[in-house]
Ligand binder design. Structure first.
Ligand SMILES: [Zn+2]
Length: 637
């Protein structure tokens, strides 16, 4: 479909006509200083409802300013939050003017127009007209008109595409993470217009926005780009619908239907972002997924491609601004009720414990209100930490696209290696969380021959399986075994997952990448999901000497929630053991626990998977439940 393909070029490489237009109309658009002056003026002229502030500095040390417009700016009154941001891309100048127009309109119509007054009184609105300040300054003020990215150097080139530098969808999929390269609209080549950066949130501007957003409750928002006369919604990383796609589609369709095109007939189109072109690390995926899975807050974000060119003659701007402003009262008036019906998953609770000798209580504190919830406490023990030399089966890892390889090995016969395909993601992720101790260092060996800056592998660490920190980046040729070490100081006391991930572009392959001798990998020879209930604590009594690990996960009508971090409980020696069971046991003591859950009257026998069984037919770990007492036993046959 040729028309579809040409459409793709618009929010990326500008056409010669676009560049001519940018040059022709440049002096009609405000300088960055003028934009900032206008923002200060709005705040000065409307001090009761408008406040200007900075989220921090860009790479070139420019302030990234926003206006907050609300009846009590700076105060969280529990009102729904709306966020409007312009100019991720340097040359998309219209995207500055539109949010600036919103701020001016809201501030000046307050007290005059009843519907605007209502919005300002009942919502908290943040407006950031120019996010990529260095890119705008370079493109507009300095006249390098077609410039898209920010201005931080990396790898011999300048600039990262800020709309590829976010975490990604944070849904737990390895495919939604920053740096995936579906369909060539995301790149690891530093000179590319779509360069996604060295790592997620490697950029000053994105990091400043992250810390700002972490302090706010934002329920909807729009990021403005040029051009294409369209409104789009998450996901951008996947063609699958987002979990809240019905609500997202309803809002997206309605906004699009309100905005009349520049031609005067027809209205903006509406679609899921990936159907236009799939990308990883976008603002929309981040706002939606990070809010949903990490913060437990509903946030329904949209991306609007304004107008029919990047910098039309400013004669056209009043129409574009007025039409687009229609989204503001619509979102403001509907978002509260939409938020109320948006389902929430149970995000990771905060877990803790109190202990007295061999008795202890594990408790947890829900971190979001996700409705009625069952809690599933998992106990793990008999920990084994080792360097994994890899073999034919690697049960300490969950692999997709990685497999054992005898082609290269640093020790033993095997390493693990990515099945090196074009345009894909391969990953190997540790199966179990590891609780990091003081002095721990992650070490491994690697051997690789990859297409330079086309196919890129990462060693990554995550505390929740959702947000991944890129620790090492591998690309190009290192066709000999060499080692890497990363001190885990930043993760002490946290439980972490480790991941190797290979992101490949659409063509060009060499031998691939191998990893071997990874430390630390962990397994727990005893894992039991204890009976779940609605209480937010479980008490254990007369627990034998040993080390036990606990994590908890909620479950509601959205399914399983996000698992908590791991806590470790050490039970001291010299504890009388309960040998109530008549069954034979050897190396593992019997544990008797009192549960505060009810409804267990009969004696029942369970295997380690929690499945009820009738007979014990082989050596293993079993549970006997009698009344409210669950007894763990080892049976040797
Ligand atoms: Zn753009």
């Amino acid at each position: 479909m040729i028309a579809f393909f040409l459409f793709i070029l618009y929010d990326g490489e500008l056409t010669p006509n676009d560049i001519l237009e940018l040059e022709r109309n440049r002096m009609q658009y405000p300088t960055l200083a003028e934009i900032h002056d206008s923002m200060h003026d709005i705040a000065l002229n409307h001090p009761l409802i408008a406040r200007v502030d900075s989220i921090g500095l860009s790479y070139e040390a420019r302030q990234i300013l926003y206006l907050e417009i609300s009846d009590n700016p700076g105060i969280d009154e529990g009102e729904p939050g709306l966020f409007f941001v312009g100019l991720h891309h340097g040359a998309e100048w219209t995207s500055v003017v539109v949010p600036l127009f919103f701020a001016d309109s809201l501030a000046s119509a307050y007290g005059q127009d009843p519907s605007i007054t209502w919005i300002v009184d009942n919502c908290r609105i943040w407006i950031m007209p120019c996010f990529n300040v260095d890119g705008y300054h370079y493109s507009h003020d300095l006249g390098n008109t077609s410039w898209r990215k920010n201005r931080r150097p990396y790898g011999g080139s300048i600039g990262t595409d800020p709309n590829r530098n976010y975490y990604g969808g944070c849904s737990g999929s390895a495919y939604d993470t920053w740096g995936g390269q579906p369909h060539q609209n995301t790149s690891h080549l530093p000179s590319s217009a779509f360069f996604c950066g060295q790592a997620a949130f490697s950029e000053y501007e994105n990091r400043a926005l992250l810390s700002f957003l972490n302090g706010q409750r934002i329920n909807t928002g729009i990021s403005y780009h040029c051009y294409g006369e369209s409104v789009s919604r998450p996901w951008s990383w996947s063609f699958d619908p987002a979990p809240d796609s019905i609500l997202l589609t309803m809002l997206c369709d309605t906004i699009a239907s309100m905005i009349t095109c520049q031609s005067g007939s027809g209205h903006y189109s509406s679609f899921q972002q990936s159907t236009w072109y799939p990308i990883c690390g976008s603002w929309g995926d981040f706002m939606y997924g990070y809010s949903r899975y990490v913060r437990g807050i509903p946030c329904l974000p949209f991306t609007i491609e304004l107008g029919t060119s990047a910098a039309p003659d400013t004669l056209y701007l009043p129409q574009i601004c007025r039409e687009n402003f229609k989204a503001v009262p619509y979102l403001a008036q509907s978002i509260d009720s939409v938020v109320n019906v948006t389902p929430r998953i149970v995000i990771a609770p905060d877990i803790g414990y109190s202990q007295s000798g061999n008795d202890y209580t594990v408790y947890w504190i829900p971190q979001n209100n996700a409705g009625p919830c069952l809690w599933r406490l998992r106990e793990m023990a008999n920990i084994d930490v080792t360097a994994d030399t890899f073999g034919t089966t690697n049960d300490r890892w969950v692999m997709s696209g990685f497999s054992p390889s005898s082609q290269q090995a640093h020790s033993g016969l095997y390493s693990i290696s990515a099945n090196y395909l074009d345009g894909t993601i391969a990953h190997a992720t540790t199966q179990y969380p590891y609780l990091v101790e003081q002095g721990d260092t992650a070490t491994f060996w690697t051997y690789y021959d990859l297409e330079l800056n086309g196919d890129v592998a990462f060693f990554e660490i995550s505390t929740d399986g959702l947000v991944w920190d890129q620790i090492f980046r591998f690309t190009g040729h290192q066709s000999f075994w060499h080692t890497r070490a990363y001190p885990l100081n930043d993760y002490v006391g946290k439980s972490v997952y480790f991941r190797f991930r290979l992101s490949t572009d659409g063509s060009g392959r060499y031998e691939g990448i191998h990893f071997d001798d990874f430390y630390p990998t962990v397994t727990y020879y005893l894992i039991s999901d204890l009976p779940h209930g609605t209480d937010t604590f479980t008490t254990f009594t007369n627990v034998p000497t040993g080390t036990y690990f606990y994590s908890v996960q909620g479950q509601n009508n959205q399914g399983l929630g996000i698992r908590s971090r791991l806590i470790r409980i050490d039970v001291p020696a010299a504890i009388a053991e309960n040998n109530a069971s008549g069954l034979k046991q050897n190396y593992f003591p019997t544990i008797t626990r009192q549960f505060n859950h009810e409804g267990m009257a009969d004696i029942k026998l369970y295997n380690i998977l929690g499945q009820e069984i009738k007979n014990v037919d082989k050596t293993g770990i079993y549970f006997v439940r009698q009344g409210q007492t669950l007894t763990k036993i080892i049976i040797v046959k």
